[in-house]
Design a protein around this ligand. Sequence first.
Ligand SMILES: [Zn+2]
Length: 192
Amino acid sequence: MARGHDYMDGVRGRSWSSSTGTAGTVFKARIQCGQCAAADTVQLRHVITPRHIDLKFIQRGWRIPPRLCPACAAESKEKKSMASKPSAGAVKATAKMFTLLSQHFDADNGRYVAGWSDGKIAKETGMAPEAVTEFRREAFGEIKEPAEFALIRADITTLEKLVIDNHASITAEIAKLRGQLAKAVDKMGVPA
Ligand SMILES: [Zn+2]
């Protein structure tokens, strides 16, 4: 019959027994690890709530929930800390990679600015090229244009700028010559 007491009901890896001797009745609450065969028992002078019994096991190193013996609890803690705590160096490298990608990868158009690539970012940050590729894909998106395109694009930009600069200086030169001509005409009068 269920009593709403996991130990007395014998559910969730818990069980209960009692024995009466010369010293009176002694209750035994037992818990079994949800991951291995390890089990532990506490002796009780009187009935207490399942939560209070759990706390006694927690004091002995059990983890409840999810109901792990001290050995399994330590192992899962170790795994967790290995997975969630990268070294300080790795954190710095990741931050640098993020900065470089923000500066040199045009996420909207899926292309690197000239001279930049996953490989170059890997070199600058000391990260594995595959790690950079994976991170760039997740955070910034796919490359839609090969690196050579970026180089050609940069050349076009340079030439365009050259055209604008030259155009400006030639225009200035023409203006200067027009000025000289005007002065000469003023001095000498317009020939008939
Ligand atoms: Zn265990």
